[in-house]
Design a protein around this ligand. Structure first.
Ligand code: ATP
Length: 320
């Protein structure tokens, strides 16, 4: 039976990580298991930046954005030597197993530690919704709410000025934030890694919307790293009836108090992580699929193809 576990947050921070830390801590303590918070992700394992967590340490953190444990990236953690040193540090502190809250890179780190004898369970903490093994990641719902609130505001002003707002949202390799925001805000276009990008097509569609449909404003949602949105906005101004304006929502998408949905997901997943560790299981990641809590081996999850969003893209097209 596991007696002492650690919990860490790694990679980009996401709203709801604190609710996950709280859940892991409270569920473990209520089962007689000691809990240690590891500060700054895998870097904290190397630096032995450990803090015993009590019920009180995780009081009043549920509603806070970010992560009270801090997060970091430690590229050297891929190296055997670094991992071995971390395992020594964990053993010295009596930490027998770990809950790792982060993205797929963090999952890979957890899998390496599991293979070396420290059972790790991964929880999907990222706003991008790009982690396999779950329908939704912790943080996605809050980021979506932030995107929707901001795009609604942009729509108010763009409709008063015959403007086309091109809004860049996060989602490296995953278009969910752009797609869900586009549907929720009634955008005119959505451009994501899944749709591909053709500048001429965008200009032609906007011309059509302006000249044939007589739209007096347009919103284009675009995932990050697809094109230079400022350059695209200038082209829109010079080649269509619209005045093009680019807005990059940036890091505000990572902030804010987590929505109740993110708090619920984080609390449920935290509970499952501790249950798995109590069963002696490691190398798994936790998710919620069709509203049922689930876990799969990390390796299997990472090899799974991403869930198709075809039906949602079709819905978007039918709503324009
Ligand atoms: P996000 O989705 O927010 O980027 P992430 O967890 O995918 O989160 P990464 O920077 O990819 O973010 O990974 C976080 C940390 O996990 C890395 O800094 C590194 O310490 C560890 N890590 C990443 N990939 C591996 C790997 N292949 N093997 C071992 N550890 C890894």
């Amino acid at each position: 039976m596991v007696r002492k576990i650690g919990v860490l947050t790694s990679g980009g921070d996401a709203p709801g990580m604190n609710a996950a830390i709280r859940s892991v801590t409270r569920i473990a303590l209520n089962n007689g298991i000691e809990v240690v918070g590891v500060h700054n992700g895998y870097k904290g394992l190397l630096d032995e930046n450990f803090e015993p967590l009590t019920r009180a340490s995780v009081s009043d953190i549920m509603d806070r954005g970010g992560t009270v444990l801090g997060s970091a990236r430690l590229p050297e953690f891929r190296e055997d030597e670094v991992q071995n040193q971390c395992i020594k540090n964990l053993k010295r502190a009596g930490i027998e197993a770990l809950v790792v809250i982060g993205g797929d890179g963090s999952y890979r780190g957890g899998l390496s530690l599991t293979r070396k004898g420290i059972n790790c369970i991964g929880l999907p903490g990222t706003i991008d919704n790009d982690i396999p093994g779950t329908d939704f990641t912790i943080g996605f719902d809050t980021a979506l709410q932030t995107c929707v609130e901001n795009v609604d505001k942009l729509r108010d002003t763009s409709s008063s000025h015959h403007r086309c707002s091109i809004v860049e949202v996060m989602g490296n390799h995953c278009g969910d934030l752009a797609l869900y925001t586009a549907i929720s805000c009634g955008a005119e276009m959505v451009i994501t890694p899944e749709t591909g990008y053709d500048e001429l097509e965008v200009i032609e569609k906007l011309r059509y919307l302006g000249e044939a449909v007589h739209k007096n404003h347009a919103i284009v949602l675009i995932s990050e790293k697809i094109c230079d949105v400022d350059a695209l906005a200038k082209k829109v101004t010079s080649m269509t009836d619209f005045s093009g304006r680019a807005t990059v929502l940036g890091h505000i998408q990572r902030g804010g108090s987590p929505t109740p949905m993110d708090r619920m997901r984080a609390s449920r997943m935290g509970e499952k992580a501790v249950d798995l560790l109590m069963e002696g299981i490691g190398g798994h990641c936790v998710g919620i699929i069709d509203n049922e809590i689930a876990s799969v081996p990390i390796q299997e999850a990472l090899e799974r193809p991403r869930k198709s969003r075809k039906a949602l893209y079709r819905l978007f097209d039918r709503l324009v």
